[in-house]
Design a protein around this ligand. Sequence first.
Ligand SMILES: [Zn+2]
Length: 344
Amino acid sequence: MKRVISVVLASSLLLCACSDKDGKERNYLGGTGEMFHTEGAASKGVVYDDENIYFNYTEVYRLDKDGELMINCDIATCKHDNEECKAASREGEYFVFGGKLYQCYRETDLDEGEIVGYGYIKDCDTGKVVFDNPVPEDLEESKKLDSSTEIYSISVINDDYMKVEGHRHAYILDKDFNIVCWYGDVGKFQWGNLYENKYYYINDLYQIAYIDVKSGEKGVLEWENKVLFAGADKDNLFYADEYNDFYKYSLKDDSSTKIGENIWFFSVYDGYIYCDQIIDEQKEKIILDYEGNIKYTYTANKYMGTDNLVKVGDKLYNMFLEEGKKGVAMMNIDGTGYKEVYIQ
Ligand SMILES: [Zn+2]
């Protein structure tokens, strides 16, 4: 019996060695093929290629085709804090924009005894800093006081535009990292959506505001209630207000319809809305269609989230850190096929 095991081990080691030198061209993160950014507002820090999906916790982990989740570094002695290590997150994240891989950096420095955060974006291939998030010169003086170059979030909007959001200012950038426009009424939620030429976001007064990326024109949608959370797909914008009433707003004809109640956080993907519905402190996880009909529930999928979902292929994923365990939860778009995998 022992011999059989050692033979199996030896041959699998051989296979490993072969696949490492299989002549396949490796991309920057060590997988094969082109790299892509996951769609959606929650796509923060999740990129993928032919072989792996890469998640950013405090380090970068990869979920491979066989469903194994491991740190994206094969050097046993590595502390994952050096420039060469492909698992070092540097408190930032990888993202793909216009077909190229970049990494966002979040760092701190001591300035006259005070800790000051700063941020910048590097092109992974050239190692060059492509954007350093300067404080806008015409930002209101009162906001300038506590603004910094620190990057709070990055969102890839499409192949032509991305958003870099700081504490007091947000930039829309083109694919050469030129500033297209910016706004200073940054709200708590980093969601945004481009429809025709208008980029919609939730501002610091909990309104849906917009900025026209071509003309720079700004405005707000004049609604009675505060907007706490929003999502969008094509010409539909969905939002939960301060009373957790849930609405669908048509960007095409400016009509608003209430389609649900007791909705808190959610994600929108391809005809389905994944929501937290809380009634009498009882939380259900439900999947609505765009008319507000409950199609499925997935409350039993313990570590599956709602607002933090990313979609790759025909599956939804989210990272979780619960009871000291780091993992990735996944399910099919209808809530079936739930699985949890943990870091090896
Ligand atoms: Zn490492």
